[in-house]
Write a protein that binds this ligand. Structure first.
Ligand code: BGC
Length: 453
């Protein structure tokens, strides 16, 4: 047994993390332009002003993908590059850039997956209250319409939102991401509702305008790994995975608040009892809009937490990792089983074809004396995770694909350029790209549809 024959193998990036050209060709400002230029927000004062200069080097990057056998590429659109004010007048040069990129991909035989929003929110809309504004879903719908009309002839795969947990939770809850606010629940909970309405409106709009479209959604959440195979621990993991908290800085980091409405048509009871009081008046009437059929449910999964049954008010507790448990460069625990239990529990609840839209490892890679980048730890990470994902597929999860994060090293948000997630090394001074060893290994995995894992 292995992955299905039409399994989607590929790699992913996001606009602000790679494009650069932050103030060129009519692009409007976004909250990350503002946040990175304010002191003390990002490691080393780094910005995405230039990043990987993909805006100018995209042809070379597509050629690299072709060479490495990448058949599917997920990238995001910069809303403010297309609509400098977030709404209203379109910046034709922004549309031209994405058209050229898409044409290049299609000519290289690479299937484009567009993420409509991966965190770089237009500053002009931030000034109008961003997702607190009841009009905000309509702004997103209008932006979606422009993208659907401009790119929908060649692009059939769309993802509405990337990780609302992060752009709401980190952007407006804990404040460690742009725009850096720490707002109370009566602000962030309504925001979450507006994001969900925006998601539903966007799915409807894409279906209306793009014949043959396949639409997905890419939230995240640390997977849960039962401490043992006992039914009690598995149930504890399930309960914990779909639980919802109410800490103003951290509540957004849950799965069910963001996914149940979109797929099951209701907020989870665990969340409603704590957060329902903060939802905007009349929220119930939006549930039909929010719950639109999806072609696939995507998740970005990097790690998991171990859970066991407990005799406490929650019915579960977390188990600490043993001292010295392996970690990545940004201090994330390495937990391959997250790619078994995550997809398994998510598929069990949502029953929607499942895509890993991001998974990968940060490391402190360097170019060696031989001019190559040897990253056996990343290869080992991917190997272990992919084996678990394959086990989930063999166990009945309708696993449709895996997109590695990331195609190339890039701007890692609040960490700046501190660590590297790429399969391709980027020298940020010269913009020289060097394919890492892990990419040569991944090429074979893709070619053999994971038979060699
Ligand atoms: C995000 C990416 C990010 C990656 C590694 C995900 O949370 O979607 O933009 O670079 O994880 O942190």
């Amino acid at each position: 047994m292995s992955f299905r024959k039409d399994f989607i193998w590929g790699a992913a990036t996001a606009s602000y993390q790679i494009e650069g050209a932050a103030f060129e060709d009519g692009k409007g400002r976004n909250v990350w332009d503002d946040f990175t230029h304010a002191k003390g927000n990002v490691f080393g004062g780094h910005t995405g002003d230039v990043a990987c200069d993909h805006y100018h080097l995209f042809k070379q990057d597509v050629a690299l993908m072709k060479e490495m056998g990448v058949k599917n590429y997920r990238f995001s659109l910069s809303w403010a590059r297309i609509l400098p004010e977030g709404t209203g007048a379109v910046n034709q040069k922004g549309i031209d850039f994405y058209n050229a990129l898409i044409d290049e991909l299609v000519a290289a035989g690479i299937r484009p997956f567009i993420t409509l929003f991966h965190w770089d929110y237009p500053s002009a809309l931030q000034a109008k209250g961003a997702w607190t504004n009841p009009e905000s879903p309509k702004w997103f719908e209008a932006y979606t319409e422009i993208c659907a009309r401009a790119f929908g002839d060649r692009v059939k795969d769309f993802i509405t939102f990337n990780e609302p947990q992060c752009f709401i939770g980190l952007g407006y809850g804990s404040g460690v991401h742009a725009p850096g606010y720490r707002l109370p629940l009566n602000a962030t909970v309504p925001m979450s509702h507006h994001v969900l309405v925006a998601h539903g409106l966007a799915v409807k709009k894409l279906r209306e305008l793009v014949p043959g479209v396949r639409v997905g959604y890419a939230p995240c959440g640390d997977a849960r790994i039962p401490a043992s195979d006992s039914p009690a621990d598995i149930e504890a993991a399930r309960k914990s995975y779909f639980d919802v908290g109410d800490d103003p800085a951290g509540w957004a980091f849950n799965v069910s608040w963001w996914s149940d409405p979109a797929i099951l048509g209701c907020y989870p009871e665990a969340g409603l009892s704590k957060l329902g009081q903060y939802l905007p008046d009349g929220w119930e009437k939006d549930m039909e809009t929010i719950c639109q059929p999806l072609d696939f449910y995507a998740q970005n999964i990097y790690n998991g937490r171990i859970v066991k049954a407990a005799d406490n008010e929650y019915g579960y507790e977390f188990v600490d990792f043993e001292p010295g448990h392996p970690k990545t460069a940004i201090q994330w625990f390495i937990t391959p089983e997250a790619l078994y239990w995550g997809p398994k529990l998510l598929y069990e609840r949502y029953k929607t074809p499942f895509l890993i839209s991001e998974n990968g490892m940060s490391a402190h890679d360097a170019v060696s004396l031989d001019g190559k980048v040897h990253d056996p730890n990343r290869q080992d990470y991917m190997h272990r995770y992919l084996r678990e994902y394959k086990r989930a597929a063999e166990d009945g999860v309708d696993a449709i694909g895996y997109l590695a994060w990331s195609l190339m090293d890039n701007f890692e948000w609040a960490f700046g350029y501190f660590d590297r997630f790429g399969l391709v090394y980027v020298d940020y001074t010269t913009q020289k790209r060097t394919i890492k060893d892990s990419f040569y290994w991944y090429k074979e995995v893709m070619e053999q549809n994971g038979e060699n894992l």
